[in-house]
Design a protein around this ligand. Sequence first.
Ligand SMILES: Cc1cc2nc3c(=O)[nH]c(=O)nc-3n(C[C@H](O)[C@H](O)[C@H](O)COP(=O)(O)OP(=O)(O)OC[C@H]3O[C@@H](n4cnc5c(N)ncnc54)[C@H](O)[C@@H]3O)c2cc1C
Length: 484
Amino acid sequence: MTSETSMTPREEELAQAVRGELALFSYPERDWVSGRVGPDGAPMLDVLIVGGGQSGLAVAHGLRRAGVAKISVLDQAGAGREGVWENFARMSELRTPKGLFGMEQGVSALSIQHWYIGQHGRDAWEALTRVPRADWAAYLRWYRETLALPVVSDTMVRDIRKGVDGLIVETMSAGAAKTFHARLVVLATGHDGAGRWAVPEFITSALPASRFDHSNGPIDFAALKGKRVGVLGHGASAFDASVAALEAGAARVDLCFRRKQLPLVNPHRHIETVGMLTHFPELPDETRWNVARHFQRHDQPPAEAGFFAATAREGFHMHAGAPWTYVAMEGDAISVATPRETFMFDHVIAATGYTVDLASRAELTSLAPVIARWQDRYTPPADATQTMLGDFPYIGSHYEFLSRTPDTDDWVSRVFAYNVSAYVSMCPHSTTISGHRFCLPRVLRGITGQLMREETGNVMAALEAYDNVDLVVPAHLQTHIVAD
Ligand SMILES: Cc1cc2nc3c(=O)[nH]c(=O)nc-3n(C[C@H](O)[C@H](O)[C@H](O)COP(=O)(O)OP(=O)(O)OC[C@H]3O[C@@H](n4cnc5c(N)ncnc54)[C@H](O)[C@@H]3O)c2cc1C
Protein backbone atom coordinates (compact mmCIF):
# COMPACT_ATOMS: atom_id res chain seq x y z
CA MET A 1 0.00 0.00 0.00
CA THR A 2 1.44 3.38 -1.02
CA SER A 3 1.01 6.33 1.46
CA GLU A 4 2.02 9.37 -0.66
CA THR A 5 -0.80 10.80 -2.79
CA SER A 6 -0.65 10.97 -6.59
CA MET A 7 -3.75 13.16 -6.72
CA THR A 8 -3.86 16.57 -8.33
CA PRO A 9 -5.18 19.40 -6.11
CA ARG A 10 -8.43 19.24 -8.14
CA GLU A 11 -8.71 15.50 -7.52
CA GLU A 12 -8.05 16.10 -3.81
CA GLU A 13 -10.95 18.56 -3.76
CA LEU A 14 -13.19 15.96 -5.42
CA ALA A 15 -12.01 13.38 -2.89
CA GLN A 16 -12.98 15.72 -0.07
CA ALA A 17 -16.50 15.91 -1.53
CA VAL A 18 -16.64 12.10 -1.52
CA ARG A 19 -15.52 11.90 2.10
CA GLY A 20 -18.14 14.50 2.99
CA GLU A 21 -20.88 12.54 1.27
CA LEU A 22 -19.73 9.24 2.77
CA ALA A 23 -19.86 10.80 6.21
CA LEU A 24 -23.56 11.43 5.53
CA PHE A 25 -23.93 7.65 5.23
CA SER A 26 -22.16 7.39 8.67
CA TYR A 27 -19.34 5.68 6.90
CA PRO A 28 -17.64 3.48 8.00
CA GLU A 29 -20.34 1.29 9.45
CA ARG A 30 -19.44 -0.36 12.76
CA ASP A 31 -17.29 -3.44 12.13
CA TRP A 32 -19.66 -6.26 13.14
CA VAL A 33 -17.58 -9.28 12.16
CA SER A 34 -15.95 -10.91 15.18
CA GLY A 35 -12.26 -11.38 14.83
CA ARG A 36 -10.61 -14.74 14.40
CA VAL A 37 -7.02 -15.73 14.85
CA GLY A 38 -5.35 -17.68 12.08
CA PRO A 39 -3.16 -20.77 12.52
CA ASP A 40 -0.16 -18.37 12.35
CA GLY A 41 -1.46 -16.56 15.46
CA ALA A 42 -2.20 -13.41 13.45
CA PRO A 43 -5.70 -11.92 13.03
CA MET A 44 -7.49 -13.53 10.09
CA LEU A 45 -8.85 -11.40 7.30
CA ASP A 46 -12.62 -11.38 6.96
CA VAL A 47 -12.29 -11.21 3.18
CA LEU A 48 -9.29 -11.37 0.85
CA ILE A 49 -9.92 -10.00 -2.65
CA VAL A 50 -7.77 -11.27 -5.51
CA GLY A 51 -7.51 -8.54 -8.15
CA GLY A 52 -7.33 -4.76 -7.73
CA GLY A 53 -9.05 -3.88 -11.00
CA GLN A 54 -12.46 -2.14 -11.11
CA SER A 55 -14.29 -5.18 -9.73
CA GLY A 56 -11.89 -5.75 -6.82
CA LEU A 57 -11.96 -2.06 -5.88
CA ALA A 58 -15.76 -1.91 -6.06
CA VAL A 59 -16.14 -5.04 -3.89
CA ALA A 60 -13.66 -3.63 -1.34
CA HIS A 61 -15.59 -0.37 -1.17
CA GLY A 62 -18.89 -2.22 -0.85
CA LEU A 63 -17.56 -4.37 1.97
CA ARG A 64 -16.30 -1.35 3.86
CA ARG A 65 -19.73 0.23 3.50
CA ALA A 66 -21.21 -2.99 4.86
CA GLY A 67 -19.08 -2.87 8.01
CA VAL A 68 -16.69 -5.64 6.91
CA ALA A 69 -13.44 -3.95 7.82
CA LYS A 70 -10.74 -6.64 7.91
CA ILE A 71 -10.13 -6.88 4.19
CA SER A 72 -7.17 -6.84 1.82
CA VAL A 73 -6.88 -6.63 -1.97
CA LEU A 74 -3.95 -8.43 -3.62
CA ASP A 75 -2.86 -7.79 -7.20
CA GLN A 76 0.06 -9.22 -9.15
CA ALA A 77 0.37 -6.00 -11.11
CA GLY A 78 2.36 -2.95 -10.02
CA ALA A 79 0.50 -0.13 -8.24
CA GLY A 80 -1.76 1.75 -10.66
CA ARG A 81 -1.23 -0.90 -13.39
CA GLU A 82 -4.17 -3.14 -12.45
CA GLY A 83 -6.64 -4.42 -14.99
CA VAL A 84 -6.72 -4.20 -18.74
CA TRP A 85 -6.97 -0.45 -19.27
CA GLU A 86 -3.28 0.45 -19.52
CA ASN A 87 -1.93 -3.01 -20.25
CA PHE A 88 -3.44 -4.30 -23.49
CA ALA A 89 -6.73 -2.44 -23.92
CA ARG A 90 -5.94 -0.16 -26.87
CA MET A 91 -9.24 1.42 -27.69
CA SER A 92 -9.57 5.21 -27.43
CA GLU A 93 -12.79 5.04 -25.42
CA LEU A 94 -14.83 2.56 -23.39
CA ARG A 95 -17.55 0.77 -25.27
CA THR A 96 -19.93 1.24 -22.33
CA PRO A 97 -22.37 4.13 -22.92
CA LYS A 98 -21.60 6.86 -20.35
CA GLY A 99 -24.87 6.40 -18.43
CA LEU A 100 -24.29 2.74 -17.47
CA PHE A 101 -22.03 2.99 -14.43
CA GLY A 102 -22.41 1.73 -10.88
CA MET A 103 -19.08 1.57 -9.02
CA GLU A 104 -20.07 4.63 -6.98
CA GLN A 105 -22.72 2.53 -5.20
CA GLY A 106 -25.03 5.43 -4.52
CA VAL A 107 -22.39 8.05 -3.65
CA SER A 108 -22.78 10.62 -6.43
CA ALA A 109 -19.52 12.42 -5.61
CA LEU A 110 -17.74 9.11 -6.25
CA SER A 111 -19.22 8.68 -9.73
CA ILE A 112 -17.21 8.82 -12.95
CA GLN A 113 -19.53 11.63 -14.02
CA HIS A 114 -18.60 13.74 -10.97
CA TRP A 115 -14.91 12.98 -11.42
CA TYR A 116 -14.97 13.71 -15.17
CA ILE A 117 -16.85 17.02 -14.77
CA GLY A 118 -14.40 17.91 -11.99
CA GLN A 119 -11.53 17.28 -14.39
CA HIS A 120 -12.85 18.52 -17.73
CA GLY A 121 -15.99 20.56 -17.03
CA ARG A 122 -19.71 19.94 -17.55
CA ASP A 123 -19.72 20.89 -21.25
CA ALA A 124 -17.08 18.25 -21.92
CA TRP A 125 -19.22 15.66 -20.14
CA GLU A 126 -22.35 16.71 -22.01
CA ALA A 127 -20.46 16.38 -25.29
CA LEU A 128 -19.13 12.91 -24.36
CA THR A 129 -20.67 9.69 -25.72
CA ARG A 130 -18.25 7.30 -24.05
CA VAL A 131 -15.56 7.84 -21.43
CA PRO A 132 -12.00 7.85 -22.87
CA ARG A 133 -10.07 4.77 -21.75
CA ALA A 134 -7.24 6.79 -20.20
CA ASP A 135 -9.78 8.76 -18.15
CA TRP A 136 -11.35 5.55 -16.91
CA ALA A 137 -7.96 4.25 -15.77
CA ALA A 138 -7.23 7.59 -14.03
CA TYR A 139 -10.68 7.50 -12.41
CA LEU A 140 -9.99 4.00 -10.99
CA ARG A 141 -6.72 5.23 -9.44
CA TRP A 142 -8.55 8.22 -7.93
CA TYR A 143 -11.36 5.92 -6.67
CA ARG A 144 -8.85 3.65 -4.94
CA GLU A 145 -6.92 6.50 -3.37
CA THR A 146 -9.98 8.51 -2.32
CA LEU A 147 -11.33 5.49 -0.44
CA ALA A 148 -7.85 4.45 0.78
CA LEU A 149 -8.60 0.90 -0.32
CA PRO A 150 -6.03 -1.62 1.05
CA VAL A 151 -4.44 -2.80 -2.22
CA VAL A 152 -1.20 -4.81 -1.96
CA SER A 153 0.55 -4.68 -5.33
CA ASP A 154 3.09 -6.99 -7.00
CA THR A 155 1.58 -9.96 -5.16
CA MET A 156 0.43 -13.01 -7.10
CA VAL A 157 -2.02 -15.48 -5.57
CA ARG A 158 -0.78 -18.96 -6.38
CA ASP A 159 -3.30 -21.17 -4.60
CA ILE A 160 -6.35 -21.07 -2.36
CA ARG A 161 -6.83 -24.05 -0.07
CA LYS A 162 -9.10 -25.23 2.68
CA GLY A 163 -7.94 -24.09 6.12
CA VAL A 164 -9.27 -24.29 9.65
CA ASP A 165 -12.23 -21.96 10.00
CA GLY A 166 -11.37 -20.39 6.64
CA LEU A 167 -8.98 -20.42 3.72
CA ILE A 168 -5.23 -20.55 3.19
CA VAL A 169 -4.06 -18.25 0.44
CA GLU A 170 -0.57 -18.82 -0.93
CA THR A 171 1.11 -15.86 -2.59
CA MET A 172 4.39 -14.85 -4.18
CA SER A 173 5.79 -11.37 -4.15
CA ALA A 174 9.27 -10.35 -5.32
CA GLY A 175 10.33 -14.00 -5.12
CA ALA A 176 9.17 -14.36 -1.52
CA ALA A 177 6.31 -16.71 -0.65
CA LYS A 178 3.75 -15.50 1.88
CA THR A 179 0.64 -17.15 3.30
CA PHE A 180 -2.53 -15.25 4.12
CA HIS A 181 -5.43 -16.58 6.17
CA ALA A 182 -8.92 -15.36 5.35
CA ARG A 183 -12.45 -16.44 6.09
CA LEU A 184 -13.67 -15.71 2.59
CA VAL A 185 -12.04 -14.93 -0.75
CA VAL A 186 -13.34 -12.99 -3.75
CA LEU A 187 -11.82 -13.71 -7.14
CA ALA A 188 -11.96 -10.41 -9.05
CA THR A 189 -9.50 -11.65 -11.65
CA GLY A 190 -11.21 -10.39 -14.76
CA HIS A 191 -12.12 -11.61 -18.21
CA ASP A 192 -9.49 -14.34 -18.33
CA GLY A 193 -10.07 -15.36 -14.70
CA ALA A 194 -11.40 -18.80 -15.68
CA GLY A 195 -8.71 -19.60 -18.23
CA ARG A 196 -6.36 -17.77 -20.56
CA TRP A 197 -6.28 -15.61 -23.67
CA ALA A 198 -5.99 -18.22 -26.41
CA VAL A 199 -4.16 -18.24 -29.75
CA PRO A 200 -5.62 -21.05 -31.91
CA GLU A 201 -3.48 -24.18 -32.06
CA PHE A 202 -3.25 -24.08 -35.87
CA ILE A 203 -1.24 -20.86 -35.44
CA THR A 204 0.88 -21.82 -32.39
CA SER A 205 1.85 -25.15 -33.99
CA ALA A 206 2.76 -23.60 -37.35
CA LEU A 207 4.65 -20.40 -36.45
CA PRO A 208 7.57 -19.50 -34.19
CA ALA A 209 6.37 -17.56 -31.13
CA SER A 210 8.17 -14.44 -32.41
CA ARG A 211 5.81 -14.23 -35.41
CA PHE A 212 2.45 -14.04 -33.64
CA ASP A 213 0.78 -12.33 -30.69
CA HIS A 214 -2.58 -12.42 -28.97
CA SER A 215 -4.36 -9.04 -29.12
CA ASN A 216 -4.90 -9.13 -25.33
CA GLY A 217 -1.26 -9.12 -24.39
CA PRO A 218 1.92 -7.13 -24.92
CA ILE A 219 2.72 -6.48 -28.61
CA ASP A 220 5.89 -4.82 -29.95
CA PHE A 221 4.17 -2.55 -32.47
CA ALA A 222 7.38 -0.68 -33.30
CA ALA A 223 8.73 -3.96 -34.72
CA LEU A 224 5.80 -4.05 -37.15
CA LYS A 225 6.95 -0.93 -39.00
CA GLY A 226 6.90 -1.61 -42.75
CA LYS A 227 5.46 -5.10 -42.16
CA ARG A 228 2.42 -6.92 -43.60
CA VAL A 229 0.23 -7.80 -40.63
CA GLY A 230 -2.59 -10.34 -40.54
CA VAL A 231 -5.25 -9.94 -37.84
CA LEU A 232 -7.67 -12.77 -37.09
CA GLY A 233 -10.98 -11.80 -35.46
CA HIS A 234 -13.78 -9.22 -35.72
CA GLY A 235 -14.03 -8.00 -32.13
CA ALA A 236 -13.05 -4.62 -30.72
CA SER A 237 -9.51 -5.79 -29.96
CA ALA A 238 -8.97 -6.87 -33.59
CA PHE A 239 -9.74 -3.37 -34.86
CA ASP A 240 -7.80 -1.68 -32.04
CA ALA A 241 -4.71 -3.80 -32.77
CA SER A 242 -5.04 -3.00 -36.49
CA VAL A 243 -5.08 0.73 -35.75
CA ALA A 244 -2.09 0.43 -33.41
CA ALA A 245 -0.11 -1.51 -36.04
CA LEU A 246 -0.86 1.04 -38.77
CA GLU A 247 -0.09 3.94 -36.42
CA ALA A 248 3.28 2.26 -35.80
CA GLY A 249 3.95 2.24 -39.54
CA ALA A 250 2.87 -1.24 -40.61
CA ALA A 251 2.76 -1.44 -44.45
CA ARG A 252 -0.74 -2.96 -44.46
CA VAL A 253 -3.14 -4.82 -42.21
CA ASP A 254 -5.54 -7.51 -43.43
CA LEU A 255 -8.21 -8.24 -40.85
CA CYS A 256 -9.98 -11.54 -41.48
CA PHE A 257 -12.97 -13.09 -39.78
CA ARG A 258 -14.92 -16.32 -40.26
CA ARG A 259 -18.47 -14.95 -40.24
CA LYS A 260 -20.05 -14.04 -43.57
CA GLN A 261 -21.04 -10.68 -42.15
CA LEU A 262 -19.65 -8.43 -39.42
CA PRO A 263 -22.08 -8.46 -36.46
CA LEU A 264 -23.94 -5.15 -36.24
CA VAL A 265 -26.36 -5.88 -33.39
CA ASN A 266 -25.04 -5.92 -29.81
CA PRO A 267 -27.05 -8.45 -27.78
CA HIS A 268 -25.39 -7.14 -24.61
CA ARG A 269 -27.45 -3.99 -24.80
CA HIS A 270 -30.65 -6.05 -24.96
CA ILE A 271 -30.13 -7.75 -21.60
CA GLU A 272 -29.19 -4.54 -19.78
CA THR A 273 -32.49 -4.30 -17.94
CA VAL A 274 -33.09 -4.14 -14.19
CA GLY A 275 -35.02 -7.39 -14.40
CA MET A 276 -32.38 -9.37 -16.29
CA LEU A 277 -29.32 -8.07 -14.50
CA THR A 278 -30.91 -8.32 -11.04
CA HIS A 279 -32.68 -11.66 -11.32
CA PHE A 280 -30.77 -13.57 -14.02
CA PRO A 281 -29.37 -16.16 -11.56
CA GLU A 282 -32.94 -17.09 -10.59
CA LEU A 283 -33.79 -18.16 -14.15
CA PRO A 284 -33.94 -21.91 -14.95
CA ASP A 285 -30.71 -23.63 -16.03
CA GLU A 286 -32.09 -24.13 -19.52
CA THR A 287 -32.72 -20.40 -20.01
CA ARG A 288 -29.36 -19.35 -18.63
CA TRP A 289 -27.61 -21.92 -20.80
CA ASN A 290 -29.46 -20.76 -23.92
CA VAL A 291 -28.68 -17.09 -23.21
CA ALA A 292 -24.97 -17.88 -22.90
CA ARG A 293 -25.18 -20.04 -26.02
CA HIS A 294 -26.81 -17.12 -27.88
CA PHE A 295 -23.92 -14.87 -26.93
CA GLN A 296 -21.44 -17.46 -28.16
CA ARG A 297 -23.19 -17.54 -31.53
CA HIS A 298 -24.17 -13.86 -31.85
CA ASP A 299 -21.09 -11.92 -30.91
CA GLN A 300 -21.08 -8.21 -30.28
CA PRO A 301 -19.93 -5.89 -33.10
CA PRO A 302 -16.59 -4.12 -32.85
CA ALA A 303 -16.70 -0.86 -30.92
CA GLU A 304 -17.62 2.13 -33.10
CA ALA A 305 -14.48 4.18 -32.40
CA GLY A 306 -12.11 1.33 -33.28
CA PHE A 307 -14.09 0.33 -36.38
CA PHE A 308 -14.11 3.83 -37.86
CA ALA A 309 -10.50 4.50 -36.85
CA ALA A 310 -9.38 1.36 -38.71
CA THR A 311 -11.60 1.70 -41.79
CA ALA A 312 -10.45 5.30 -42.20
CA ARG A 313 -6.85 4.20 -42.61
CA GLU A 314 -5.41 3.60 -46.07
CA GLY A 315 -3.47 0.43 -45.26
CA PHE A 316 -6.43 -1.31 -43.63
CA HIS A 317 -8.23 -4.13 -45.43
CA MET A 318 -11.13 -6.16 -44.04
CA HIS A 319 -12.19 -9.65 -45.19
CA ALA A 320 -15.50 -11.26 -44.13
CA GLY A 321 -16.07 -14.99 -44.64
CA ALA A 322 -12.29 -15.47 -44.50
CA PRO A 323 -11.53 -18.14 -41.90
CA TRP A 324 -7.86 -19.12 -41.83
CA THR A 325 -7.82 -22.70 -43.12
CA TYR A 326 -4.04 -23.19 -43.30
CA VAL A 327 -1.09 -21.30 -41.78
CA ALA A 328 2.57 -22.07 -42.47
CA MET A 329 5.97 -20.44 -42.74
CA GLU A 330 7.01 -19.98 -46.38
CA GLY A 331 10.60 -18.95 -46.32
CA ASP A 332 10.66 -15.98 -43.99
CA ALA A 333 7.06 -15.08 -44.67
CA ILE A 334 3.83 -16.43 -43.23
CA SER A 335 1.39 -17.95 -45.71
CA VAL A 336 -2.26 -17.88 -44.64
CA ALA A 337 -4.87 -19.65 -46.75
CA THR A 338 -8.55 -18.71 -46.72
CA PRO A 339 -11.35 -20.14 -48.91
CA ARG A 340 -10.99 -17.29 -51.40
CA GLU A 341 -7.33 -16.31 -51.35
CA THR A 342 -3.95 -16.82 -49.75
CA PHE A 343 -2.27 -13.98 -47.90
CA MET A 344 1.41 -13.46 -47.20
CA PHE A 345 2.19 -11.81 -43.87
CA ASP A 346 5.24 -10.94 -41.82
CA HIS A 347 3.39 -11.12 -38.49
CA VAL A 348 -0.04 -12.20 -37.26
CA ILE A 349 -2.19 -11.01 -34.37
CA ALA A 350 -4.86 -13.36 -33.02
CA ALA A 351 -7.79 -11.39 -31.61
CA THR A 352 -9.37 -14.69 -30.64
CA GLY A 353 -10.53 -14.09 -27.07
CA TYR A 354 -10.08 -16.53 -24.22
CA THR A 355 -10.66 -20.18 -23.51
CA VAL A 356 -11.98 -21.67 -20.27
CA ASP A 357 -9.14 -23.63 -18.70
CA LEU A 358 -9.50 -23.58 -14.94
CA ALA A 359 -6.38 -25.71 -14.45
CA SER A 360 -4.28 -23.04 -16.14
CA ARG A 361 -5.02 -20.54 -13.33
CA ALA A 362 -2.50 -20.69 -10.47
CA GLU A 363 -5.01 -19.36 -7.96
CA LEU A 364 -7.40 -22.21 -8.87
CA THR A 365 -4.86 -25.03 -8.35
CA SER A 366 -6.77 -26.61 -5.45
CA LEU A 367 -10.21 -25.35 -6.48
CA ALA A 368 -10.32 -26.43 -10.14
CA PRO A 369 -10.55 -30.19 -9.44
CA VAL A 370 -13.44 -29.87 -6.95
CA ILE A 371 -15.72 -27.05 -8.14
CA ALA A 372 -18.94 -27.79 -10.00
CA ARG A 373 -19.09 -26.95 -13.68
CA TRP A 374 -22.10 -26.68 -15.94
CA GLN A 375 -21.30 -30.05 -17.46
CA ASP A 376 -21.73 -31.54 -13.97
CA ARG A 377 -25.15 -29.96 -13.40
CA TYR A 378 -26.87 -29.49 -16.74
CA THR A 379 -27.19 -31.63 -19.85
CA PRO A 380 -28.38 -29.55 -22.77
CA PRO A 381 -30.62 -31.13 -25.42
CA ALA A 382 -28.65 -32.56 -28.37
CA ASP A 383 -29.43 -29.52 -30.50
CA ALA A 384 -28.33 -27.05 -27.82
CA THR A 385 -24.79 -28.15 -27.05
CA GLN A 386 -22.02 -25.57 -27.17
CA THR A 387 -18.30 -26.16 -26.78
CA MET A 388 -16.64 -24.48 -23.82
CA LEU A 389 -19.93 -23.55 -22.03
CA GLY A 390 -19.92 -26.80 -20.06
CA ASP A 391 -16.46 -25.97 -18.70
CA PHE A 392 -17.68 -22.81 -16.99
CA PRO A 393 -18.16 -23.12 -13.23
CA TYR A 394 -21.73 -23.70 -12.11
CA ILE A 395 -21.82 -21.10 -9.37
CA GLY A 396 -24.32 -20.27 -6.63
CA SER A 397 -26.72 -17.34 -6.60
CA HIS A 398 -24.23 -15.00 -4.90
CA TYR A 399 -21.23 -15.89 -7.09
CA GLU A 400 -19.98 -18.54 -4.65
CA PHE A 401 -18.37 -21.67 -6.07
CA LEU A 402 -20.28 -24.91 -5.46
CA SER A 403 -18.60 -28.23 -4.92
CA ARG A 404 -18.69 -30.82 -7.69
CA THR A 405 -19.84 -33.52 -5.27
CA PRO A 406 -22.39 -32.09 -2.80
CA ASP A 407 -21.59 -32.49 0.92
CA THR A 408 -17.89 -32.79 0.21
CA ASP A 409 -15.53 -29.90 -0.36
CA ASP A 410 -18.15 -27.37 0.81
CA TRP A 411 -15.21 -25.12 1.66
CA VAL A 412 -15.21 -24.00 -2.00
CA SER A 413 -18.32 -21.92 -1.26
CA ARG A 414 -16.10 -19.63 0.81
CA VAL A 415 -14.74 -18.46 -2.55
CA PHE A 416 -16.78 -15.99 -4.64
CA ALA A 417 -16.04 -15.90 -8.38
CA TYR A 418 -16.78 -12.29 -9.32
CA ASN A 419 -15.17 -12.73 -12.72
CA VAL A 420 -15.76 -14.40 -16.08
CA SER A 421 -16.46 -17.70 -14.31
CA ALA A 422 -19.95 -16.23 -13.84
CA TYR A 423 -20.53 -16.08 -17.62
CA VAL A 424 -23.23 -18.77 -17.84
CA SER A 425 -24.59 -18.71 -14.29
CA MET A 426 -24.93 -14.94 -13.80
CA CYS A 427 -25.25 -13.66 -17.42
CA PRO A 428 -22.52 -12.93 -19.92
CA HIS A 429 -21.39 -9.62 -18.56
CA SER A 430 -22.25 -9.41 -14.90
CA THR A 431 -18.76 -8.23 -13.95
CA THR A 432 -18.33 -5.61 -16.63
CA ILE A 433 -18.90 -1.92 -15.99
CA SER A 434 -22.57 -1.98 -16.96
CA GLY A 435 -23.24 -4.88 -14.60
CA HIS A 436 -21.91 -3.27 -11.45
CA ARG A 437 -25.09 -1.52 -10.39
CA PHE A 438 -27.02 -4.78 -10.24
CA CYS A 439 -24.43 -7.45 -9.66
CA LEU A 440 -22.25 -5.87 -6.95
CA PRO A 441 -25.11 -5.90 -4.40
CA ARG A 442 -25.60 -9.62 -5.07
CA VAL A 443 -22.00 -10.65 -4.36
CA LEU A 444 -21.83 -8.32 -1.34
CA ARG A 445 -25.01 -9.85 0.13
CA GLY A 446 -23.55 -13.31 -0.41
CA ILE A 447 -20.42 -12.37 1.54
CA THR A 448 -22.15 -10.57 4.43
CA GLY A 449 -24.72 -13.37 4.57
CA GLN A 450 -22.03 -16.04 5.07
CA LEU A 451 -20.20 -13.94 7.67
CA MET A 452 -23.44 -13.18 9.52
CA ARG A 453 -24.46 -16.85 9.58
CA GLU A 454 -21.08 -17.59 11.15
CA GLU A 455 -21.82 -14.92 13.74
CA THR A 456 -24.89 -16.84 14.90
CA GLY A 457 -23.05 -18.41 17.82
CA ASN A 458 -21.93 -14.98 19.04
CA VAL A 459 -25.19 -13.08 18.68
CA MET A 460 -26.65 -13.67 22.15
CA ALA A 461 -23.34 -13.52 24.02
CA ALA A 462 -22.46 -10.21 22.33
CA LEU A 463 -25.93 -8.81 22.98
CA GLU A 464 -25.85 -9.83 26.63
CA ALA A 465 -22.36 -8.43 27.02
CA TYR A 466 -23.30 -5.13 25.42
CA ASP A 467 -22.99 -2.41 28.05
CA ASN A 468 -22.30 0.82 26.23
CA VAL A 469 -23.99 3.44 28.32
CA ASP A 470 -26.47 5.35 26.20
CA LEU A 471 -27.85 7.70 28.83
CA VAL A 472 -25.17 9.57 30.76
CA VAL A 473 -26.80 10.67 34.00
CA PRO A 474 -25.15 13.58 35.81
CA ALA A 475 -23.93 12.96 39.38
CA HIS A 476 -26.71 14.93 41.05
CA LEU A 477 -29.29 12.67 39.45
CA GLN A 478 -27.49 9.37 40.14
CA THR A 479 -29.33 8.71 43.40
CA HIS A 480 -32.72 9.35 41.69
CA ILE A 481 -32.36 6.71 39.01
CA VAL A 482 -31.86 3.83 41.46
CA ALA A 483 -34.44 2.61 43.93
CA ASP A 484 -33.42 2.84 47.56
C1 LIG B 1 -9.68 -4.98 -24.26
C2 LIG B 1 -10.88 -4.96 -23.35
C3 LIG B 1 -11.75 -3.88 -23.39
C4 LIG B 1 -12.89 -3.87 -22.56
N1 LIG B 1 -13.72 -2.80 -22.63
C5 LIG B 1 -14.80 -2.79 -21.81
C6 LIG B 1 -15.69 -1.66 -21.82
O1 LIG B 1 -15.49 -0.70 -22.54
N2 LIG B 1 -16.77 -1.70 -20.98
C7 LIG B 1 -17.00 -2.78 -20.14
O2 LIG B 1 -17.98 -2.77 -19.39
N3 LIG B 1 -16.17 -3.84 -20.10
C8 LIG B 1 -15.09 -3.85 -20.93
N4 LIG B 1 -14.28 -4.92 -20.88
C9 LIG B 1 -14.65 -6.05 -19.99
C10 LIG B 1 -14.30 -5.78 -18.50
O3 LIG B 1 -14.94 -4.68 -18.00
C11 LIG B 1 -12.96 -5.60 -18.30
O4 LIG B 1 -12.42 -6.80 -18.58
C12 LIG B 1 -12.56 -5.15 -16.89
O5 LIG B 1 -11.21 -5.02 -16.92
C13 LIG B 1 -13.02 -6.11 -15.82
O6 LIG B 1 -12.54 -5.58 -14.60
P1 LIG B 1 -12.08 -6.57 -13.46
O7 LIG B 1 -11.63 -5.75 -12.31
O8 LIG B 1 -13.15 -7.55 -13.26
O9 LIG B 1 -10.86 -7.37 -14.10
P2 LIG B 1 -9.46 -6.80 -14.56
O10 LIG B 1 -9.55 -5.37 -14.90
O11 LIG B 1 -8.97 -7.74 -15.59
O12 LIG B 1 -8.57 -6.92 -13.24
C14 LIG B 1 -8.23 -8.17 -12.74
C15 LIG B 1 -6.97 -7.99 -11.91
O13 LIG B 1 -6.70 -9.25 -11.28
C16 LIG B 1 -5.31 -9.40 -11.20
N5 LIG B 1 -5.04 -10.83 -11.05
C17 LIG B 1 -5.45 -11.84 -11.88
N6 LIG B 1 -5.01 -13.04 -11.40
C18 LIG B 1 -4.32 -12.76 -10.26
C19 LIG B 1 -3.63 -13.57 -9.31
N7 LIG B 1 -3.58 -14.91 -9.42
N8 LIG B 1 -3.02 -12.96 -8.26
C20 LIG B 1 -3.08 -11.60 -8.10
N9 LIG B 1 -3.71 -10.78 -8.98
C21 LIG B 1 -4.33 -11.36 -10.04
C22 LIG B 1 -4.79 -8.82 -12.51
O14 LIG B 1 -3.43 -8.40 -12.38
C23 LIG B 1 -5.73 -7.63 -12.73
O15 LIG B 1 -5.18 -6.43 -12.24
C24 LIG B 1 -13.13 -4.95 -21.69
C25 LIG B 1 -12.26 -6.03 -21.65
C26 LIG B 1 -11.14 -6.04 -22.46
C27 LIG B 1 -10.22 -7.20 -22.40
